[in-house]
Design a protein. Structure first.
Length: 228
């Protein structure tokens, strides 16, 4: 199968809606909030053959089919660092009264000249711990390493790769410390190395990439919460 024939109905890396709902059958979440930066917001470009939905839209779609009365709020906004996400989005997220929260933050911190790991850990901890204390299940979202797909300025690729992986480790560690789920996006999956999943800015995912990320997120959520 060539790339030109791929669509979300033939792409093996995409999770069909029926399979996503089957994986999430039995959950009881009714109020989902998504907070963070451009990843959370769902910044993307359309891709032929794929519905123009973000990864969070696709998670929401599956949960709406699983749980009657389900509702969702996405507070994500591009260009924010983790401290801004905590300062600007945590209070309205808590006011929404979520029983499920998706958190994607730290990517812009990672792109700064100095990546302050300790600050990102503190902010992620503040966000996740507050949501957990309010009774919400939390999912932290891992980033794809764009350098695997040959993207990013060549002289910075080693640094970008190391920082991306460290940010993902931090998010996973914070999640583990607070009884939350971490949804990793696999570096070694063939699709991760395909530049065709990215938008023209060569940084954000396109609709195909979002479909791939949504599949990873749903599978991680299903595996984690089924084991509780």
């Amino acid at each position: 199968m060539t790339e030109t024939t791929l669509s979300e109905w033939t792409d093996p890396s995409v999770l069909p809606v029926a399979e996503a709902t089957a994986l999430l059958a039995g959950v009881s979440w009714k109020r989902m909030v998504t907070i963070g930066d451009s990843v959370a917001e769902g910044v993307r470009e359309p891709a032929p053959g794929y519905r123009d939905l973000s990864w969070a839209d696709r998670v929401e779609e599956a949960l709406r089919l699983v749980t009657p009365g389900f509702t969702a709020l996405n507070l994500g906004r591009r260009d924010l660092v983790a401290a801004q996400v905590a300062a600007e989005q945590l209070a309205p997220a808590l006011a929404f009264g979520p029983d499920l929260a998706l958190v994607a933050a730290g990517g812009n911190d990672m792109l700064r000249p100095h990546f302050d790991e300790d600050e990102v850990r503190r902010e992620l901890t503040a966000i996740v711990s507050a949501l957990r204390a309010a009774g919400a299940d939390v999912v932290t979202i891992g980033l794809l390493d764009i350098t695997v797909a040959g993207l990013g300025p060549s002289r910075y690729r080693d640094v970008m790769s190391a920082r991306t992986r460290r940010l993902n480790e931090l998010a996973a560690e914070v999640a583990a410390e607070h009884g939350a789920c971490h949804a990793a996006n696999p570096y070694d999956h063939p699709v991760s190395a395909d530049p065709g999943i990215y938008s023209g800015d060569r940084l954000h995912l396109n609709a195909r990439g979002h479909a791939f990320a949504a599949a990873n997120t749903v599978r991680a959520m299903a595996a984690y919460f089924a084991s509780e």
